[in-house]
Design a protein around this ligand. Structure first.
Ligand code: NAD
Length: 260
């Protein structure tokens, strides 16, 4: 049987998810890319990664806002590849508004996609990982999983929640050589962050440059955005043999933000 590991990265058609998918493929993993859309573009992205790194890839459409689809993503991966070694829960959305004006549907969507989806994918993946006697689960939390900022109530609740979920799953699976950890990035310049800039400008009444430096990167002692390659490398490390004893913890890639 092939020793090539199979990985799922949720929400991996752009930004951090795509960076992690590429890094795992470069490390020799077969990779399943995912998003909630269906089209030529997504399939071409998966095929391009397969060609570039000489691994097998697939694109599986599944909406991480829906529990059934989260679980189907896992089952379909195991059917196609015969195994599941690595699960990266990355899909996430953001909305910025004061709590009293926070749209209920945005709260529900953020909790569903950023937190509850991980409950469903992990629940579906665990029986396979237990059977295999090994596995790696990496949840993409945030510096906002460890610290709060105003106007992001749903996101911060979800990202703190996923840190708690990470610790619990680590304890439950310790006997099975399945580790579960969370990566907590500071600001990474991706489409999600680009989309926040106008909302932050409005919430704080500032221009773009001022809001980036004085609000978004103000709490990062190293005032640079992190790169998706840096987050990908962190995920590859957590999925390696060298990280076998690292479980139930958070790995901050935040320029010193949470050192304060
Ligand atoms: P992004 O918007 O570039 O990518 C998000 C991905 O999730 C996309 O591929 C999108 O298609 C997918 N997605 C969105 N809704 C989905 C759904 N319902 N079902 C399936 N897929 C869905 O965002 P990003 O900045 O790369 O963020 C990725 C993760 O990293 C998120 O969980 C985010 O909270 C976290 N994060 C980002 C930053 C940052 O600064 N960018 C910092 C800390 C944590």
């Amino acid at each position: 049987m092939s020793k090539t590991r199979t990985a799922i990265v949720t929400g991996s058609t752009s930004g951090i998810g795509l960076g992690i998918a590429r890094a795992l493929a470069a490390d020799g993993c077969n990779v399943v890319l995912n998003s909630f859309t269906e089209g030529e573009e997504e399939r071409a992205l998966a095929e391009g990664i397969a060609r570039e790194f000489g691994v097998e890839t697939a694109y599986i459409r599944a909406d991480m806002a829906r529990g059934g689809e989260c679980r189907r993503l896992v089952e379909e991966t195991v059917e196609r590849f015969g195994a599941l070694d690595i699960l990266v829960n990355n899909a996430g959305i953001q909305h910025v508004a004061p709590i009293e004006a926070f749209p209920v549907e945005k709260w529900d969507a953020i909790l569903a996609i950023n937190l509850t989806s991980a409950f469903h994918t992990i629940a579906a993946a665990v029986p396979h990982m237990k059977r295999q006697g090994k596995g790696r689960i990496v949840n993409i939390s945030s510096a906002h999983g460890l610290r709060a900022s105003p106007f992001k109530s749903a996101y911060i609740a979800a990202k703190h929640g996923i840190v708690g979920l990470t610790k619990t799953v680590a304890l439950e699976l310790a006997d099975h050589h399945v580790t579960c950890n969370a990566i907590c990035p500071g600001y990474v310049l991706t489409p999600l962050v680009e989309a926040q800039i106008p909302e932050q400008m409005e919430a704080h009444g500032m221009d773009r440059d001022t809001v980036v430096r004085e609000v978004m990167l103000a709490r990062q002692p190293i005032r640079d955005f992190a790169t998706v390659e840096q987050i990908g490398a962190a995920a590859v490390f957590l999925c390696s043999e060298h990280a076998a004893l690292i479980t139930g913890t958070t790995l901050s890639v935040d320029g010193g933000w949470t050192a304060r």
